[in-house]
Write a protein that binds this ligand. Structure first.
Ligand code: SF4
Ligand code: ZN
Length: 340
C-alpha cells in the first residue's frame, strides 16, 4: 500500500478516510487535524498560557507533544489519583515526557491536597468510582489553572470519547448534556476556558501518532475501569464502525455541524462561589466539597439554615455528581488510553 500524499510505502491505513500514509505524511496530517480544530473553534491564541491535563496515556501525551511542536506555551498538569501501580507508572512516564522536552509539569496529589484517593472515594461513597474520579479531575484542573494564571485548560478527549459520550447522552435524551458537548467551553465566572483539540482524531490515530513519535505512554487500563459506563458505548460505536467505517465521525462531527444548534437554549445557570472553597458552583457548596465531606465523614454545614446540606444527603450529592462528571474522563484507558 502506498502513501496517499507522497506515494512512498505506507505504514498506517486510516479506513474512515479510505487512505494510507507513510510516517512523515501521517504525522503531518495528524498535526493538520489538530490545527484545524484549534482554528475552527478558536481554541487557542499564540500568547495564551496553556495547561494540558496529562494522564500518562497516549491521547494527552500526543496532544502535549503536538502543542509544543506547534509552538504553544503549553505546561502539563498531572493529577495523582492514588490508584496503586497504575498511578505510579502514569506519573513516571509523564515526568519522563516533561523532562525529555524540557517542559514544565504541574503536579497535584489528590490524597496530599484533599485527604482522599480514588479507590477510597469509590469504597466510601454511594456513587461510582469513575463518577467521583471525573468530578475530582474537573475540579482540580479548574483550580490549578486559576491558581497558576493559565488562560485555558486543554484535555485529550478524542473522537471515540466524544462519539461515545454523545451516544450515551442521546440514548437517555439528556438534552442539557448534549447541548454542552462542545469542543470549546468558554471561560465564565471563575471557570477557566476548556478545549478539546483532538476531537477530530480517533483513538487509533492518536495511538499511531504516539507510537510513531516514540512517546512512552501507559498502555495498561486503569484497574477500576470496570465501572465505567462510557466503555459500553465505546464498544457499541466500535461494533458499528467496524462494518461502516466513518460512522463515529459522521455522528459526532455531524452533531457539531448540524445538531448542536438545535439543542442550544442560550439559558445559563447563575454561578456563585462555593462557601467552603470559593470555586464556582450553582448551590451553597460545590459538588466536590460535598463529595469530599461525604468521603471523609465530615460535616460540611451546621444544618441550622434552610439551604444547609448535611454530608449524609447522599441522593443530592449523587445527583450533582452525575451532572458534574466529565463526558469521557481523560485518564481511562482502553486498549491504550481513552482520554481520561
Ligand atoms: Fe478514574 Fe478513569 Fe480509572 Fe474511572 S477508569 S477510576 S475515571 S481513571
Ligand atoms: Zn467547594
Amino acid at each position: 500500500m502506498k502513501c496517499r500524499r507522497c506515494k512512498a510505502p505506507a505504514v498506517i491505513e486510516v479506513r474512515r478516510h479510505n487512505a494510507a500514509y507513510c510516517k512523515g505524511c501521517f504525522l503531518h496530517v495528524f498535526r493538520g487535524q489538530v490545527e484545524r480544530a484549534i482554528r475552527q473553534w478558536r481554541m487557542l491564541d499564540t500568547d495564551d498560557r496553556v495547561l494540558v491535563a496529562v494522564s500518562g496515556g497516549k491521547d494527552s501525551l500526543a496532544l502535549w507533544d503536538v502543542l509544543l511542536d506547534l509552538g504553544y506555551r503549553a505546561d502539563g498538569l498531572y493529577l495523582g489519583l492514588g490508584i496503586g501501580e497504575y498511578s505510579g507508572r502514569s506519573a513516571e512516564v509523564t515526568r519522563g515526557f516533561a523532562r525529555d522536552r524540557d517542559a514544565r509539569l504541574v503536579e497535584v496529589d489528590l490524597s496530599a491536597e484533599y485527604g482522599f484517593d480514588i479507590p477510597t472515594a469509590g469504597r466510601r461513597g454511594s456513587r461510582s468510582t469513575c463518577a467521583v474520579c471525573g468530578l475530582s479531575k474537573r475540579y482540580v484542573f479548574n483550580k490549578a489553572a486559576l491558581d497558576g494564571g493559565y488562560d485555558v485548560v486543554v484535555t485529550g478527549h478524542n473522537l471515540d470519547d466524544e462519539a461515545a459520550t454523545l451516544l450515551g447522552n442521546t440514548l437517555r435524551w439528556q438534552t442539557e448534556s448534549i447541548a454542552r458537548q462542545s469542543p470549546v467551553l468558554p471561560s465564565r465566572d471563575g471557570l477557566v476556558k476548556k478545549v478539546k483539540p483532538l476531537h477530530r482524531l480517533s483513538e487509533l490515530e492518536t495511538a499511531a501518532y504516539a507510537f510513531l513519535r516514540g512517546i512512552d505512554y501507559v498502555v495498561e487500563e486503569c484497574p477500576l475501569v470496570a465501572g465505567n459506563t462510557q466503555l459500553r458505548y465505546k464498544d457499541a460505536m466500535n461494533a458499528i464502525e467496524s462494518t461502516s467505517p466513518g460512522t463515529k465521525a459522521q455522528f459526532f462531527l455531524g452533531y457539531l455541524d448540524r445538531g448542536m444548534p438545535l439543542f442550544t437554549t442560550g439559558r445559563e445557570v447563575e454561578l456563585v462561589a462555593c462557601e467552603r472553597c470559593g470555586q464556582s458552583t450553582t448551590g451553597r457548596f460545590c459538588a466536590f466539597c460535598r463529595a469530599q465531606a461525604q468521603i471523609l465523614g465530615r460535616q460540611l454545614a451546621t444544618g441550622d439554615g434552610p439551604n444547609d446540606v448535611a454530608p449524609s444527603d447522599d441522593r443530592q450529592v449523587a445527583d450533582e455528581l452525575s451532572d458534574e462528571v466529565l463526558p469521557a474522563e481523560i485518564y481511562a484507558t482502553r486498549g491504550a488510553d481513552a482520554g481520561p
